[in-house]
Write a protein that binds this ligand. Sequence first.
Ligand code: PGA
Length: 252
Amino acid sequence: MRIPLIAGNWKMYKTPSEAVVLAEEVVKELANPDGIDVVICPPFTALAAVAQVLWGSRIGLGAQDLHWAKEGPYTGEVSAEMLRDLGCRYVIVGHSERRQYFGETDENVNKKSLAALGSGLTPIICVGETLSERETGRAYHVVEAQVKGALSGLAPGQVRALTLAYEPVWAIGTGRTATPEQAEEMHAHVRKTIAGLFGADVARGVRILYGGSVKPENAGELLQRSEIDGALVGGASLQADSFALIVKAAMS
Ligand code: PGA
């Protein structure tokens, strides 16, 4: 009942002209993926150009962050409405790189998620523990607190509409992936947390992606797990062929 989602997070890679080339290659590789949602998230500066490339395809466009205010004196920031108007349907919220380097807090993640939902964007809300948190046995506690913080004050209907991504920080860009068992256990814990807050029915419908060094070689074993509803892919989304192989692994 949960449609898989594969999202490519291009991070701070690709100028607008480079992004157009990559987006064209992705469209060529995947054309109209069936029974799965596919999204690419280029940097802000490339969104308009990539939107043109994706027009008419079944590949969705997402941004990597947003501000929670509708508009205002917030130099350098971008609102949900601005992203919507460009053709975005998704937005990544609370990525660990934003938490780690740019002071993103659970409270901001919550405000950003509400703003995204209010404008009809699907937030892809990222949670995940650091290596020291895992090694000291606090991973479940940390992730649960992040989920509770992000979803605080949301209505059940809003929770149904969003996507979560479990991305252990120690697996991002390191080549080190969580084992399918580790990922599945944490996904089950996240779903249990959502069930406790919003009821089992809502929890059953929420997509939970895995992220952290997902590649064509490990995508199959991760994505076949019933608790893993897709992937948030960084490095391997910067090449159309490897991104397409991950999408195909999710379809099989
Ligand atoms: P990675 O990044 O696939 O390069 O590990 C994932 C992410 O940060 O979303």
